[in-house]
Design a protein around this ligand. Structure first.
Ligand code: RP5
Length: 165
């Protein structure tokens, strides 16, 4: 199976990315986790992106905060789909990173999820890999079914506790 690369711009982003790792683990999708910065280690970012397809990666998740150019810098150097996560790591609560990540010019797409949207980034990456992997599609369907069951149970509990009929 193709791997997912989870790249963060700084180790200070790590905590907000555990949801992505847990989700990929639950879906049995192999992933690598790296700290590579578009600004502080630009050569490493370009090298990783250029080599990624040949090294068995199928999707790159790039998470960065502030002037967040990491996802775009990766997209510029690979034809693999890049999922960008704007991180809430600044005094602007991530709005700066959201705009930096989402406002890519035509011709260079980045699939941007919500600020700190690590779980959705992982799910999107898994859904992309599932296009050519039936077993992963079934695991994603199970994930959705479990989610539905959880919401139904919360509905039952809250309706029972709060309704006044
Ligand atoms: C970005 O700047 C990183 O992705 C991080 O979110 C933010 C702050 O980095 P540190 O100064 O904490 O290393 O490049």
């Amino acid at each position: 199976m193709k791997k997912v690369a989870i790249i963060m711009g700084s180790d200070s982003d790590l905590k907000a990315l555990t949801g992505a790792m847990d989700t990929l683990k639950a879906l049995e999708v192999p992933y690598a986790v790296r700290v590579i910065s578009a600004h502080r280690t630009p050569e490493a970012a370009a090298e990783f992106a250029k080599a990624a397809a040949g090294e068995g990666y199928g999707v790159i998740i790039a998470a960065a905060g502030k002037a967040a150019h990491l996802a775009g810098a990766f997209a510029a150097n690979t034809l693999l789909p890049v999922v960008g996560i704007p991180m809430k790591s600044s005094t602007l609560d991530g709005l700066d990173a959201l705009l930096s990540t989402v406002q890519m010019p035509s011709g260079m797409p980045v699939a941007t999820v919500a600020i700190d949207g690590a779980v959705n980034a992982a799910l999107l990456a898994a859904q992309i890999l599932a296009l050519s992997d039936g077993a992963l599609t079934r695991r994603l369907a199970d994930y959705r079914a479990a989610q539905r069951a959880k919401v139904a149970e919360k509905d039952r509990q809250i309706s029972e506790a709060y309704s006044n009929l």
